[in-house]
Design a protein around this ligand. Structure first.
Ligand code: SF4
Length: 225
């Protein structure tokens, strides 16, 4: 089983916290390690990361993505690799944000990983279009598919990145919302490079092979972005 990566309440670790938008300190951040453990702190960190990225892109349109990630990481003081990954994905989403927003919701296609299923209870049938959720309610996919359908979005529950690439080549989506672990998001970004369909990715907050987790609010934000 692949190593699990969890992005949730108990795993927010910051070393000091620089002021959002303030100058990057020349010296290393204060070495006091602070562990915080409530959901508000996770949400607050996400908000700060997103706000710093928006500001960085506004003032430095031609700044390389890696420089923006480094700058935001310094300013927030995050040390966990998963937060660096989260920041990287948010920077990538921001770069294609305007193109993505121009595509009507009904023309966006959503790819959902099957690892979010309740593997024990799931009776979804599978074919070349992936798994067909029966909406039994035993996992979050019933809610995700309902949110997609409410917006007229086509969705696919897929077994992996290569299936995403195959389906996308066949149906030619105008914009893609993809839920995946960091590694799969980067593989998809490479695979879709040069493709006219902008990708908005939502990183799993708990990755792995089975029973993974996604923040439903973040996913809904992505559907509406
Ligand atoms: S809600 Fe859908 S994906 Fe989840 S267990 Fe039921 S049939 Fe499977």
């Amino acid at each position: 089983m692949a190593e699990e990566e969890i992005l949730r309440e108990e795993s927010v670790t910051v070393v000091g916290v620089a002021e959002a938008g303030g100058p990057v300190p020349a010296a290393a951040p204060e070495k006091r390690e602070v562990k915080v453990g409530v959901k508000e702190d996770v949400d607050d960190m996400r908000r700060r990361i997103k706000s710093l990225i928006s500001r960085a892109l506004m003032v430095g349109l031609n700044t390389p993505a890696s420089t923006i990630v480094e700058d935001v990481v310094k300013k927030t003081g995050v040390v966990d690799e998963k937060w660096v990954h989260y920041t990287t994905v948010q920077v990538q989403n921001n770069i294609s944000k305007e193109l993505f927003a121009r595509v009507p919701k009904s023309e966006r296609v959503v790819f959902i990983p099957h690892c979010l299923r309740n593997a024990k209870a799931c009776r979804a049938e599978v074919d070349e279009d992936g798994y067909h959720c029966r909406k039994c309610g035993a996992c979050v996919i019933a809610k995700i598919t309902a949110e997609c359908e409410k917006r007229g979005m086509k969705w696919y529950m897929v077994g992996g990145g290569s299936q995403v690439v195959n389906i996308a080549a066949r149906i030619k989506p105008k914009a893609i919302v993809g839920v995946a672990c960091y590694k799969e998001i980067q593989l998809a970004s490479d695979a879709f490079k040069g493709n006219s369909a902008p990708l908005h990715a939502v990183m799993l907050r708990k990755s792995g092979c089975v029973n993974t987790e996604v923040d439903l609010n973040e996913l809904i934000e992505a559907l509406d972005a």
